[in-house]
Design a protein around this ligand. Sequence first.
Ligand code: EPU
Length: 336
Amino acid sequence: MHEILTDYPLDDCNSFGFRARSRLVVRVRSEDDLKSALADPGLANLPRRLIGGGSNIVLSSDFDGVTLLMRIAGRRLVEAHADHWIVEAAAGETWHDFVRWTLEEGYPGLENLALIPGTVGASPVQNIGAYGIELADRFDSLRAFDTTSGSFVTFGREDCAFAYRDSVFKHRPGRYVVTSVRFRLPRPWQPVLTYPDIAATFRDAASVTPEAVFDEIVAVRSRKLPDPARIGNAGSFFQNPIVPAEQHGRLKADHPALGGYPQADGRMKLSAAWLIEQSGFKGTRLGHVGVYDRHALILVNHGGGSAAEIVALATRIKDGVKAKFGVQLVEEPVFL
Ligand code: EPU
């Protein structure tokens, strides 16, 4: 049975570290907690929101409703087949701890996604990705509570409509609450060393181990990205824009240093960090917030910042990049 907490501070529940309170909070520790909280007539008419790790949100104000904090724990091997393992983690597990556990238990395959902040339950929503792998590449299925039908449902890979930083869940906010995710990890393990930063370290692919890739990813990320425990941030603040090939060609003619990653559909993915840096924003500050000086894609709270300041800075960046390159940046975090 769920327990209801009142006037609860959310400062530790969002990785920007913004100050905000929720009138009511339920810490969801089991599927039964979730079902009973959603069926509670005392909560039924209140606005409701769900927070996992809070690493992809911008909290703007106190919330006069009920916040569900996803805290369901658990991870296990479900099946061992000759050519793959199926492992499962509950939605409230910390993503990075889960990745480390899979390696310790001998089920490699998620190591390129090490040190991504957030929870397992949030990972399919934006189809987290880094260093040549997306969650979709290792996804098997997930279990979610459908708040419309009032029952648990299973989503296979096709049902999720995964794309770059996108899934069906992003387009139906509030409808589904993910409670566990299953991963399909291919056997034998093959390293994914397509990303230039990583490939340079491992010239001899035959002797690479999953642990070595994990350690390297952790080292690279720690060098480039701020630790949210020390400097508030929400990871990449903008998506890398995907533009038609003709537009990329025109931009490249004006800016020969512009990169681009060809997409399966013929379009080109640009580096938002590069566009932002070239527009002069890297390391700049606005009030208590700013653009991280080691990575232009990361907006940071230097302490005492607010969502309003982040929105003002993001607007300046979008306007600046649009004026210089004619490219529209789109934010990655969800504004609450
Ligand atoms: N670059 C700059 N200036 C910078 C940083 C980068 O010009 O300050 C340029 C460089 O040319 C670099 C290129 O941008 O080669 C790409 O940079 P990086 O390798 O850091 O990757 P990214 O495209 O900026 C994406 C993800 C990250 C993920 C990395 C590694 C998005 C929105 N971001 O960043 O994900 O870790 O690739 O795979 O797709 C996140 O989503 O929170 C996140 C950190």
